[in-house]
Design a protein around this ligand. Structure first.
Ligand code: ADP
Ligand code: ADP
Ligand code: SF4
Ligand code: MG
Ligand code: MG
Lengths: 266, 266
């Protein structure tokens, strides 16, 4: 069966860099992958497409006036190692709802793109700053079976991660694990390890903060493409392998805010 | 006439610390101030209330089952220098809409709290990570006449600030100015100064990154209360005075993303 996952986390924590590098690693391992960016920044797939920003689904729909008549090749683009990329695009600033956009995008992809059904792995890259019904749409539309949350050892990203767990609990959706994207805060691995343990889910990876990631990003390439023999490329490969393995379907219970403050104040 | 303002910015950039310290400074200057926190974190007023977290309006409404019968003293609390504090509370994680909550809260406050009309200054503290119709509610419900955006010199907060300008442009709402809350990034004051200049609005303050702010926060007090003779208390006083002055009503035009990348890559 198709692996349907979503990657959530606070803005700027490293969702897109992690999702695109994991997608590239899965592609390298021979899997058919589709990556759907749901962040209004629409930058989930840039490093899979040689630095190119693709038209967002909402831009194409707004230009045509309605979703009918949109062709697959106008909204789905093939990137590194055959990864299929699509960007939802953001709400009309100040007036729209991010959730409405994601609903329209999913319905359109289901109509025009065989990849959304045929991919071995379907990945959604979703912001977790605000845990509202809008950003839960990939889950409520039954396109996601398990989620992964990216955090660092600092209070704000951990707070956001915990709030995402509250949403997952309301929606009875499993959390496959926590991914630490390091910011070089003190005791970071220990803090995030204890956070994952308290939630009862595995800490799947600690991705070091590395200039290689930013350098590859500047070249418009994933680490898997631009630095395939680097240590950090292997970190993403190992994470990709862990994402593929079956896990207990643990629906998280959010932790107490006081605990998070103490944990990150170390 | 009542000064009706909103403070927007990316999560974690310093909206609440700035809003509560400016509110305290306005209170010290004899103004009647009401501060309404619209961030799901509901931590806008903690340092005005001696470190106490007050019940959110959404919690009170959910507990009673409907907004009728809620009394003012259940949702509005008086803090340092008489500042009236209210916290909207977040959406039901994963299902609700932050905008719905803000609408319910504003309607309820207008019914039960004379302060919302009688305050000299009405301030909304609103997250700007996602610029959707939900977080524009204080503006669309005509409770805000001018806005202020907080940023640092780093790309992500500047990107969020620019996206907020896109929303303000759609809503034809003036931007009173940019506030730089320093993160000690290289050339920060210059970068944020040029950003404000490119938008055609003043850079109202550069708030230094100071351990005093965090120290006071840990004591559950504003800088105005716990460190009134510090330099940084004066920075907030000067900012409060600038907020009170009349400005040109400039509706911002968002800048090009490429310009933002170049600007912050200095
Ligand atoms: N492991 C890492 N090492 C160094 N820089 C990183 C790492 N992960 C992410 N970054 C950088 O952090 C920034 C934000 O990451 P991004 O993936 O865009 O976050 P998000 O998608 O969560 O908003 C990017 O510029 C990226 O290059
Ligand atoms: N000028 C400053 N100097 C030092 N720390 C600051 C400053 N401004 C904010 N902070 C700290 O940054 C953190 C985030 O600030 P906060 O006001 O809660 O952000 P927001 O409301 O935008 O999410 C807080 O812990 C606060 O103490
Ligand atoms: S559901 Fe979420 S994205 Fe949609 S308008 Fe409400 S807060 Fe904004
Ligand atoms: Mg991203
Ligand atoms: Mg805040």
């Amino acid at each position: 069966t198709q692996k349907q996952i979503a990657i959530y986390g606070k803005g700027g924590i490293g969702k897109s860099s992690t999702a695109s590098n994991v997608a590239a690693a899965l592609g390298e391992a021979g899997k058919k992958v589709m990556l759907i960016g749901c962040d209004p920044k629409s930058d989930s797939s840039i490093t899979l497409l040689g630095g190119r920003r693709i038209p967002t689904i909402m831009d194409v729909v707004r230009r045509l006036g309605n979703p009918d008549g949109v062709r697959e090749d106008e909204i789905v683009f093939e990137g590194f190692r055959g990864v299929k990329c699509a960007e939802v695009g953001g709400p009309e600033p100040g007036v729209g709802c991010a959730g409405r956009g994601i609903i329209i995008a999913i319905q359109l992809l289901q109509k025009v793109s065989p990849s959304i059904r045929e991919a071995d792995v379907l990945m959604f890259d979703v912001p977790g700053d605000i845990v509202c019904g809008g950003f839960a749409v990939p889950i409520t539309k039954k396109m996601v079976r398990e989620t992964y949350i990216i955090t660092s050892g600092e209070y704000m990203p951990v707070y956001a991660a915990n709030n995402i767990c509250r949403g997952l609990n309301t929606l009875k959706t499993p959390l496959g694990g926590i991914i630490c994207n390091e910011r070089e805060a003190a005791n970071e691995r220990e803090i995030v390890g204890r956070f994952a343990e308290a939630l009862g889910v595995p800490l799947l990876a600690c991705i070091p903060r590395s200039p290689i990631v930013q350098q590859c990003e500047r070249e418009g390439k994933s680490v898997l493409e631009a630095a395939p023999s680097s240590d950090i490329a292997d970190v993403y490969r190992q994470l990709a392998a862990k994402v593929l393995t079956e896990k207990d379907n643990k629906v998280p219970e959010a932790l107490d805010d006081g605990y998070l403050r103490d944990l990150t104040r170390q």
